[in-house]
Design a protein around this ligand. Structure first.
Ligand code: FRU
Length: 518
């Protein structure tokens, strides 16, 4: 295998003037081994799915599945954080605690602008209404099949304090064991609320005038997509086909197990929604994956993004149920993906949902250093990467003779993580078998299967965000994405371009140092 190394980059960091005490506090805070520097993670203890994402009064709310008493999953609460840019986060107190109806499982939040619920008596803010699943652990233990129901809670003070609706549940369980993760939204065309949630390996859709009284409309999924596990955390929204006025409905749907690489993953369906039922416009057996890595699960999109912005903003849980509870972090477990905007693109006769890092991430960019340019080929040399970092590589696909090529991240211990493209097979591959700590769960390093990707573009453009314990690769403007966690025993501080069976030209390679968000 031929390797091309990269020149050394020295980066200047600007230090703000702070007292020694402040410096110490800062140094201790969020500086533990593997602590993500550009991703949201809870201060302590266990986190899984993102929940209740809604924008209100300039604040992006992020609630999340949280167990405050341990670093493994347990009785679920909704943790809470807010941000003005989805990049820098302020932790807020726990929003929802378990109660007599059970744990607080995943769900969504909306702003009830017209007070259809009647929850607003007076006061300046419309109700922020959370719809979530109550999970009754005792019911599950007793072998009942109706232990998950849909319930409401509301806040009249911008999400700071919450009251549960006293008439909970609003959707009782008809006898379906897995019956959860409601995503509610206002359906403009029929002027009423719609909720979609998972029921075993299908989704169900209900409608309501007031978020309280719900009518069953339809179910979807019996013959579509992957069925290797339970369906969880659906989302349903409209997207414009980029560059046209055509609109399609997109359904996101997480599945566990049954992901292409083993364990948890998110698929999507393209089609139409008429306010009653969803009709897929794709072959029944087609499975479209939102992300081809192992660590992007249960992701959904923000509610109430104004039309003037127009983006569909997404965040996912950057972990996998195969090993999420045993990854080698001590004080806390897991992080969210980078926030992304979703775009519908037409590729030949197919539709693809592309994911792109949000532009707000530019606010943490420091200096960009151009390392290779104009087809430069350099000798064996390596480069210092200060993590977190964004690396952009443009490969010349049209003149390539190499059968495989890609980027390898390496550290001083010889540990490495590899991302590559196989031209003949038109597949991306990635390998974390030698990436550092991997033996905490045998499926962590295995099962990173190659994923199909073809393009007619002249170039293959990789934007790679490297954080302390994750690598996110966005290919050709997000048409193909791979999110994977890694636990090297030292930071990956070097990168090399590799190729086999011929040559590949690097048209450009640059590094942009990123500032920690904490
Ligand atoms: C998905 C999930 C959801 C459920 C939650 C429980 O990761 O299993 O279906 O609501 O996690 O924490």
């Amino acid at each position: 295998m031929k390797k091309i190394g990269l020149s050394i980059v020295t980066l200047c960091l600007l230090f703000a003037c702070t007292s020694p005490k402040q410096e110490l506090a800062k140094a201790q805070h969020y500086n533990e081994p593997y602590r993500p520097q550009i991703h949201f993670s809870p201060e302590t203890n266990w986190m899984n799915d993102p929940n209740g994402m809604v924008l209100y009064d300039g604040e992006y709310h992020l609630f999340y599945q949280y167990y405050p008493d341990s670093t493994v999953w347990g009785p679920m609460h909704w943790g809470h954080a807010v941000s003005t840019n989805m990049v820098h986060w302020e932790h807020l107190p726990i929003a929802l605690y378990p109660d007599e109806l059970g744990y607080i499982f995943s769900g969504s939040a909306v702003i009830d602008w017209n007070n259809t619920t009647g929850f607003q008596k007076d006061g300046e803010h419309p109700p922020m209404v959370a719809m979530f699943t109550h999970h009754l652990a005792e019911g599950e233990k007793a072998g009942r099949d109706d232990y998950q129901v849909q319930s409401l809670a509301y806040s009249l003070d911008k999400g700071r304090t919450w009251a549960k609706y006293e008439g909970n549940p609003v959707i009782p369980n008809p006898g379906i064991k897995d019956f959860r993760d409601p995503k509610a939204f206002w359906h403009e065309e029929t002027q009423r609320w719609i909720v979609i949630f998972a029921a075993l390996d299908r989704v169900r859709i209900y409608s309501s005038a007031n978020l309280i009284d719900w009518t069953f409309e339809s179910s979807f999924g019996e013959t579509y997509g992957g069925h290797g596990g339970v369906w969880e955390c659906p989302d349903l929204f409209k997207l414009k086909v980029e560059g046209t006025d055509e609109e399609k409905w997109v359904m996101l749907l997480s599945i566990n197990p049954g992901g292409a690489n083993g364990g948890s993953a998110t698929q999507y369906f393209i089609g139409d929604f008429d306010g009653h039922s969803f009709t897929a416009e794709q072959p029944e057996e087609a499975i479209k994956w939102l992300d081809h890595g192992k660590d992007n699960y249960a992701g959904v999109t923000w509610a109430d993004i104004p039309e003037t912005d127009g983006r569909r903003l997404f965040i996912g849980w950057m972990s996998n149920w195969e090993y999420g509870q045993v990854v080698p972090t001590e004080k806390w477990r897991s992080a969210m993906t980078l926030p992304r905007s979703l775009h519908l693109i037409k590729k030949e006769n197919d539709y693809v949902v592309a994911s792109r890092p949000v532009k707000e991430l530019e606010s943490i960019e420091e200096k960009t250093v151009q390392i290779l340019e104009n087809n430069t080929v350099v000798a064996e040399e390596v480069e210092t990467l200060g993590i977190p970092i964004k690396t952009e590589v443009v490969f010349d696909l049209k003149n390539a003779t190499a059968d495989k090529f890609g980027v390898e991240l390496i550290n001083g211990l010889g540990e490495k993580y590899l991302i590559g493209y196989d031209r003949a097979r038109e597949q991306f591959f990635s390998d974390r078998t030698a990436s550092g700590k991997t033996d905490f769960e045998e499926r962590f390093a295995k099962n990173l299967h190659p994923s199909p990707y073809s393009t007619n573009a002249d170039d293959l453009n990789l934007t790679i965000y490297i954080d302390k314990s994750s690598v996110e690769v966005f290919v050709n403007d997000g048409e193909f994405v791979m999110t994977n966690s890694v636990f090297p025993n030292e930071d990956f501080n070097q990168a090399a371009i590799f190729m086999t069976g011929g040559d590949i030209t690097v048209k450009s390679l640059s590094n942009t140092k990123l500032k920690s968000i904490w």
